[in-house]
Design a protein around this ligand. Structure first.
Ligand code: GTP
Ligand code: MN
Ligand code: MN
Length: 604
């Protein structure tokens, strides 16, 4: 088929010449049956979701309005870090923590995969904007995809369609995002509910501001505005322009007397960002509102403070463990409908269920593997990385300023991981550089959010290990420079937290969830200078009565164990940090080396 004969290709609602040329070029390569330019309208949503229901990808829920259940291919359930590449011209620019391939070689390989890959399918062109449409310089992108699931999800997760396209003009810059599930259909061939390919590539070309994704339909691999653009590509842009693109939630904390602080927090995937972002504080008078649950773009404002914007428009949250007790605000958001649920269980009356959704499961379910499940079954009903996709705007505690293009001034940054030992509940860094050291040495047990072994401790600097689009050593230097160029008094204070420390018999020492408000309270008291702290080798920790424990029934011994800084454990941590720093090589900033030496000195 020649491109000229592909229906829809020429019905482009734009005069943007390089966009038109690129769309034509992709259509010629991938040979779709037709091309649709997405306008983001309600009518388009209805057509798409009806089609997804008809093909068996979606099941319309009867218990939640305008919402859908979806089960992926069992092999396509998480980000594939071993198939994720940073294709900078020079390998040294990708660094030791990323997979690298020469961009020309990668394009040759992927072009052959894309050749004819959309045959028998519709090719959708999705114009989108990351961050507020009203931004001075809107951050634009276009995703070309052959997956209706992706189109529907992108409509929730980003600002898509005509409103975004209106910002393109005839020559605006945008990030080119190409996605194909890699499952062409022969004439008359029956489609499957979740098309994908065994071969997968998630490729970033940072210098060209371009993403090519092939073979997977899963969120982090296929919704290219999210991790690929807003973290991997944006981190490269941010370094060049002097800002930060980070794997962070953004929340607004209001104290009983009305004082407001904005807090950003970076935890690795499946380590509590979405839960903290929607926190319902257990301590009276304190209020949390949410601005974002996964990504923060932070720039200095004219007043010298660091301002954060959430580039996303939706939550793509981990479902298991989300319930009325742990995260009631997420539940309230989901009950409003307009959501897509992937790899959770389906109830017989047309609702969703997952481990932790309610106290007890219904007697009968359909699992994420589309298999019948009864109370006698011992399999999980939902995949541990099953997700809900829902609009931010319908969360009852979304702060009105979430869509403000100027962002919100950040008072505190939390880094945290999932560590059964060693890392205390909360530590305040000594200064910005020490805070960068804490972030750079952040460690966490691996989770189901990426394929691979779960529960292994690995370093995950700033929770960005899978998302830094360039050399990790340069990234650390960028963080240090960010502090150097700022007025120290106006920089956010950096804290290190761990909700996941365990007792010798394996229990969580800290109750977590809504009780994490107590840690936030301590942090802002430190900002305001109203509470003293203990000087330990790893930073400042709460005094014996520093944390507000009113109304908490956790045994004091557990709290003390959660807060403890154990010199033996930290001494054992040193060689692991040294090993990690060795993998960074020559580009490890001297400042971080100095911080390590200072820590060793304080431990002896
Ligand atoms: P991504 O969306 O993958 O980036 O992850 P996330 O950081 O948003 O993780 P999320 O908030 O979805 O948390 C995932 C897991 O952490 C779930 O199993 C939660 O139950 C658990 N979790 C969250 N907060 C806490 C806490 O305070 N204590 C404990 N013990 N578990 C928590
Ligand atoms: Mn994430
Ligand atoms: Mn999340």
């Amino acid at each position: 088929m020649t491109a000229a004969s592909i229906p829809g290709l020429d019905h482009a609602p734009t005069m943007h010449s390089s966009l038109l040329a690129w769309v034509r070029q992709v259509a010629e390569l991938t040979t779709p049956q037709n091309v649709v330019w997405c306008d983001g309208s309600n009518e388009e949503w209805r057509t798409l979701t009806d089609r997804l229901v008809k093909t068996g990808t979606f099941v319309r829920l009867r218990q939640k309005p305008n919402s859908f259940w979806c089960a992926s291919d069992p092999s396509d359930v998480a980000r594939v870090e071993d198939r994720t590449f940073i294709c900078s011209t020079y390998e040294a620019d990708a660094g030791p923590t990323n997979n690298w391939m020469d961009p020309i070689d990668m394009k040759v390989i992927m072009t052959e995969h894309y050749r004819g890959s959309m045959a028998g399918r519709t090719m959708y062109v999705i114009p989108f904007c990351m961050g507020p449409l009203t931004a001075e310089k809107p951050m634009l992108g276009v995703e070309i995809t052959d997956s209706e699931y992706v189109v529907a999800s992108m409509r929730i997760m980003t600002r898509t369609g005509s409103e975004a396209l209106a910002l393109f003009g005839e020559d605006a810059e945008f990030v080119r995002c190409l996605h194909s599930v890699g499952a062409p259909l022969k004439p008359g061939q029956q489609d499957v509910p979740w098309p994908c390919d065994q071969t997968k590539y998630i490729t970033q070309f940072p210098e060209e501001r371009m993403v090519w994704s092939y073979g997977s339909g899963y969120g982090g691999n296929a919704l290219l505005g999210k991790k690929c653009y807003s973290l991997r590509i944006a981190s490269v842009i941010a370094r060049a322009e002097g800002w930060l693109a980070e794997h962070m939630l953004i929340l607004k904390l209001t104290a009983p007397e009305g004082k407001v602080h904005y807090v950003a927090a970076a935890f690795p995937s499946s380590c509590g960002k979405t839960n903290l972002a929607m926190l319902e504080p257990s301590i009276p008078g304190w209020q949390v509102e949410t601005l974002g649950d996964d990504i923060a773009w932070m720039r200095f404002g004219e007043d010298g403070r660091l301002y954060a914007v959430n580039p996303e428009n939706g939550f793509f949250g981990v479902a298991p463990g989300t319930g009325w007790r742990t995260n009631p605000n997420a539940m309230r958001t989901l009950y409003k409908g307009n959501s897509i649920f992937t790899n959770v269980a389906l109830t017989d009356d047309g609702d969703v269920w997952w481990e932790g959704y309610s106290e007890a499961p219904p007697n009968h379910l359909t699992t994420w593997k589309r298999e019948p499940w009864t109370l006698a079954s011992d399999e999980l009903t939902a995949h541990p990385n099953s997700r809900y996709c829902t609009p931010i705007a319908q969360c009852p505690i979304t702060a009105p300023e979430w869509d403000d293009p100027n962002g919100v001034p950040i008072s505190a940054i939390l880094f945290g991981g999932r560590r059964a030992t060693t890392v205390p509940l909360v530590v305040e860094s000594r200064d910005w550089q020490h805070g960068v050291f804490l972030g750079a040495t952040l460690s966490s047990e691996t989770t189901a959010a990426a394929t691979g072994t779960v529960g292994v401790v690995r370093r995950d600097p700033m929770a960005m290990l899978p998302f830094i689009g360039y050399h990790a050593g340069d990234y650390f230097q960028h963080w240090i420079d960010t502090g150097k160029h700022a007025d120290a008094a106006k920089l956010p204070k950096i804290f290190y937290v761990n909700w996941f420390r365990r007792s010798a018999d394996g229990r969580f020492l800290w109750p977590g969830f809504s009780e994490n408000a107590r840690v936030l309270k301590w942090a802002v008291e430190r900002l305001d200078g109203t509470t003293p702290a203990v000087d330990t080798p790893i930073g400042w920790t709460p005094t014996t009565d520093g944390l507000d424990l009113n109304g908490l029934d956790t045994p004091r011994a557990d709290i003390d164990a959660a807060l403890a800084v154990d010199v033996r454990e930290w001494t054992a941590e040193i060689p692991r940090i040294e090993e990690w720093f060795a993998t960074i090589g020559d580009k490890l900033p001297t400042a971080l080396h100095d911080e390590l030496e200072a820590l060793k000195h304080r431990l002896t």
